[in-house]
Design a protein around this ligand. Sequence first.
Ligand SMILES: Nc1ncnc2c1ncn2[C@@H]1O[C@H](COP(=O)(O)OP(=O)(O)OP(=O)(O)O)[C@@H](O)[C@H]1O
Length: 228
Amino acid sequence: MEKPVLHLENADIYQRDNLVLSKVNLTIFKGDFYYLIGKTGSGKSSLMKTLYGDLNLQKGTGSIVGFDLKGLKEKEIPFLRRKIGIVFQDFKLLNDRTVFENLKFVLKATGWKNKEEIKSKINEVLQKVGMQEQYYKNTFELSGGEQQRIAIARALLNDPELILADEPTGNLDPKTSLEVMELLNDIHKSGKTILMATHDYQLIVKFKQKTLKCEGGDLFEVAQQATV
Ligand SMILES: Nc1ncnc2c1ncn2[C@@H]1O[C@H](COP(=O)(O)OP(=O)(O)OP(=O)(O)O)[C@@H](O)[C@H]1O
């Protein structure tokens, strides 16, 4: 049987000593797209943080892109993060450099050395997000939507097995949110696996996907019509 990209079994998600989500069971296969919804404070970001190694998995079992989350060692985290692409609400770009330098920084930090290969990879991901003309700009010169496109390009650099997007449209106006969502939708259609936390009901209705909900300390899958 095909190995899942992400598998959690009876996983307890903690913030310090607080149990945020209990006994989470979740399996995501290559090519899946899941929304993660739930009220403020219901545990979406805590789950995401556990998945990218920012919070420890203390109880239960979990594997993600071939890494065992239980007992994940500090030194393994950079290697885990090379195999997942992370997109944040606040973009988290380096604002003292250009678009090109932001992307080059990540490639260099993940072992890329050849100048031509670096240039060609950066060109490839910028083309995917429709930003190839803007490579020389400082990131602070870009609009929010453009910054998020660059953050998505950055997430694609190492051809990740899974993209974790935590409220990627949370700082964007409704029209720009739709454009960024269209981009994520295209990336999904090209074969990528995506888990996206969102509050944005407009997007959930327009781009129907499987949906997980955090509520009352539980995580469960909901039918489309029950997502409100
Ligand atoms: N750094 C922290 N230390 C302790 N508790 C935290 C921390 N961050 C979040 N929490 C608590 O964990 C619980 C879940 O928060 P979390 O940020 O995962 O929710 P969320 O669903 O992502 O919310 P939002 O939609 O507002 O981003 C909340 O009760 C919150 O107060």
